[in-house]
Design a binder for this molecule. Sequence first.
Ligand code: ADP
Ligand code: MG
Length: 730
Amino acid sequence: MQMHPHDSLTTHFRINALQSKALLRLGVVTVEDLLLHLPVRYEDISSIQSVGGLIHGHDAVVFGKIGGLKTRKAWKSKVPIAEGWIEDGSARIKIMWFHQPYLAKMLTNDMYVKLAGKVAGSEGKLYIANPEVEKLESLPIDRHDSIFNNTEKLDETLYPVYRETKGVTSKWFFHTVQKCFERGVLDVLEDPIPHEILARYNLPTLRTALLWIHTPKKAEHAKSARKRFAFEEVFYIQVVKARERNATQQTTSYRFNTDTKHIASFTERFPFPLTTAQKKALDTIMHDLAGAYPMSRLLEGDVGSGKTAVAATTAYAVATSRPPQAHTKEVGTALSFGNLQVAYMAPTEILAKQHFESFIEYFKHLPLNIGLITGSGCMKFPSKSNPTKPTKISKAQLLKWVHNGEIPILIGTHALMYKSVVFKHLALTIIDEQHRFGTKQRKALAKKDTRLPHLLSMTATPIPRTLALTIYGDLDITLLDEMPKGRKPVITTTVTKDTQEKMYEHVRSELTAGRQAYVICPRIDEPDPEKETALNVKSVTEEAKRLKANVFTKWRIAILHSKMKPLEKEKIMQEFYNHEIDVLVATSVVEVGVNVPNATNIIIEGAERFGLAQLHQLRGRVIRGTYQPYCFIVSDSKSEKTRDRLKALITAKNGFELAEHDLMFRGSGELYGGKQSGLTDLGMEAIKNIKLVEAARTEAKALVAQDATLARYPHIHAKITHIAEHLHME
Ligand code: ADP
Ligand code: MG
């Protein structure tokens, strides 16, 4: 029967229930899925010894199946002896344990093992004496494998090792893939990537790449094949992003008063001069707002780089502009509130409130209403009775004023996305630290409005350029890579056990002076001693107890971690903010978005467990105030490499530098965005290669420019449909 890539594996192979479950777990259902279940590495089996080749007196390491186990007593000396044999594809050799019969009892016949010991005995009567035995789930493929012995075709002895799971072994994958090849599946496979593109970058075709990746004759071939699949993955994401960008550019948006004088009248009132980076960002944004299609911009800047000032100025340009005439007439000119509207979404309630407060500061001199909507209630500024203060209002009232345009600026949490929130003329959406805000969400906010609101997305998460280009491929990126002048840089110190007492002394003096502190731990609870061994990592719960008992005895200590309920977390944060708590012991949940200016000290325990970019973000928690901030990077790691890596925190100029450092030296798995972005390990590997990412981006853009519907590329269309779904999951 002809094998087709879309056939279910069960059509061609006998698959038992256990295997079927295991395959499902790995996402392998069809023949194509199997072919794309790529090896995770290759094993060089040239060093594996064959049982048939063992020589007296040598140290042997062999892989094989155990058999013939029995115990007896030596007939003269009465020494207890256990014996059996091990066989691989080439031969069988006896194993003997003297004085250790219990060892054999731990083994059973037909068990796969790795066995190491000295070859003893005499010619023709060789045996391995008192070997060490390691149980294996399956045998590595080797050239003595009796099931598969046409290995002459391999120049080098590279065998693929596949990710396995209970029920299917790496070896099963190997053999099943080979059978698919034998049945000619490669002849009916169609390569989704156009040949011209592959040729331009010297990438193998799908057929060649599959052969090379599953049965490489040279390490180079395997590498080349991996590169092709990595390119393919990034390419599809880039196609999704390019189409999204394309769709955005098909819609219209509102135009604004971005006149330089008008903008300056707002920014001149700030109690500080704008940084050059802020000015540049605003110029670019104003240029976008005056353009033909909706802005899609990501503003990336370290904590404290002044993103809110940029957001407020953008909001000002929008909220002081009027919708086009025709539109106003439709709705009726009786209402004078016809300004364009801004929605500003924050990830947490505390942050939404903080933005609301900063916006009040920025806008209090203007006759503009500002609203706040969160799960726990609504507010409006100014209050009718006191024009300098905000006031609580009902949700119904707020929604009415948003709907009739009387509230031009609405700040909130996800509550902004409720169906009941309907704007009159939503022209700008500002998003803080929300990584999955695509066109869909934008349209949802705008409801039935045919115009798409401009989007200003903001993030303090430093990510490498290649990753940004990929996961934010539909956005234009602006960096705020400069800190406001006069900001006291965080004094960062690396600390070990020997110097920790000095650190505690310092923090105590800070607490006495009225400051607050964070202590970050890698874990929430102590590890279960039954399950994990030798884990010497500090946990939030234990460390809080220890600090209370021995270190910060006089101070109010509380804990915060991700297993707590959202309301509980908000409550603790609020108390810390109100200075009802002095020391907050937390996991990295405080990483994003809490602003407590009085907290000027941060101790990070087990620092070697975090990426540099993440450490940098944690450190960002303490640079808000006017006091000198301190960061203590605690690590007892003996590794010099680790120490050096952590020192980069003292020398690096900004978060981007550290993110690049993480990418190069720590492996992409550590990077932020790995899981969220939907990239596989291979895709994350691709992110290390700027040329590859740029090539995928260029080709994707070109392809979408000439055929946005992908009518001519049905295979690409099919591939990206499920990727797009994945990327837009909320
Ligand atoms: P971000 O959101 O990027 O972390 P914010 O916008 O909250 O940073 O700004 C942090 C603090 O810096 C705020 O108190 C803000 O008033 C102040 N700030 C913003 N821009 C400047 C500037 N150019 N010079 C001095 N202070 C600034
Ligand atoms: Mg901010």
